[in-house]
Design a protein around this ligand. Structure first.
Ligand SMILES: [Zn+2]
Length: 279
């Protein structure tokens, strides 16, 4: 795999990264021939009550200095061993309307290579544990999630990659296992116009397209076609790995898909500056 960066990985510094470590993930990336990878550990200030009771979670930012030191340590090991892999320091910031000050402060007080902005919880609920979908049909459930990303990211602006726009589909109970462009054209257009104007990346989060309980989620190519039509060129690939065996999951397939649709680059950010590498 030439020139590909896996821009979305969770290490031992994420609350749900116990199966993972910076060093093991880096080794996995090296053995797959990736050019780089970013560690984007979770930072969610809002934690739904149910999840807090299941996992003893307290809302907090991960230990950023410790994560960055560990990335430096592993980068030195790679360099000394003659490996060719660039490690990036990232964060996946969970956007939530009740925590705007915490989010701003975290981004101001630390420096990162890249910031993924995403939504994990909405209306006080974690879709993973259910409840979110109960009083909604698929169209309302997915549409409301997209609207929430749009509202929060236009508020935040200080991010590089719009994370997993179809996260809400992963754990949904409906047969509709796809965000289709034709069903959500208005809101997707608004989201794309914003990220294109701001020079941010659309993430293809390949974890979404693994099977969950026998239900494969699909990526509607019309979504990518429309993004390009509107002028979108900046695309980031991320495996969302929480386990070294998932690093780079599906990358050849999705890189091939991007190429076939006319995309010429994949993107990542170094010290918050856009870098594009040819596909
Ligand atoms: Zn996420």
């Amino acid at each position: 795999m030439m020139h590909l960066f896996d821009n979305h990985n969770h290490s031992q510094f994420s609350f749900d990264g116990k199966r993972s470590s910076v060093e093991e993930c880096a080794n996995a990336a090296l053995s797959q021939g990736l050019s780089g990878m970013a560690f984007t550990d979770h930072c969610d200030f809002f934690v739904p009550a149910m999840k807090a009771s299941y996992e003893n979670l307290v809302p907090e930012v991960f230990d950023v200095p410790a994560q960055q030191e560990e990335i430096d340590r592993v980068q030195a090991l790679i360099d000394n061993g003659g490996g060719n892999l660039k490690l990036l320091k990232g964060i996946e910031i969970g956007m939530h309307e009740d925590h705007h000050d915490d989010i701003r402060r975290t981004l101001a007080e630390n420096s990162f290579d890249q910031v993924i902005a995403s939504v994990h919880y909405l209306d006080g609920i974690d879709p993973f544990y259910g409840g979110y979908y109960e009083d909604k049909d698929w169209k309302l459930a997915y549409g409301h999630y997209l609207e929430t990303i749009h509202t929060e990211m236009t508020w935040l602006r200080d991010f590089d990659i719009m994370g997993h726009f179809d996260y809400v589909v992963r754990y949904a109970p409906y047969p509709e296992a796809c965000i289709r462009y034709r069903d959500f054209s208005d809101i997707l257009d608004e989201m794309f116009r914003f990220i294109i104007h701001e020079g941010k990346a659309l993430e293809i989060n390949t974890k979404s397209y693994q099977e969950h309980k026998g239900r494969p989620v699909t990526l509607d190519t019309d979504v990518l076609i429309r993004y390009r039509e509107l002028g979108g060129e900046i695309v980031s690939l991320g495996s969302d790995s929480h386990d070294p065996s998932r690093v780079g999951y599906g990358f050849s397939r999705f890189a091939g898909l991007l190429k076939s649709l006319g995309f010429r680059w994949t993107a990542h950010y170094e010290k918050r500056k856009l870098v594009q590498l040819p596909l």
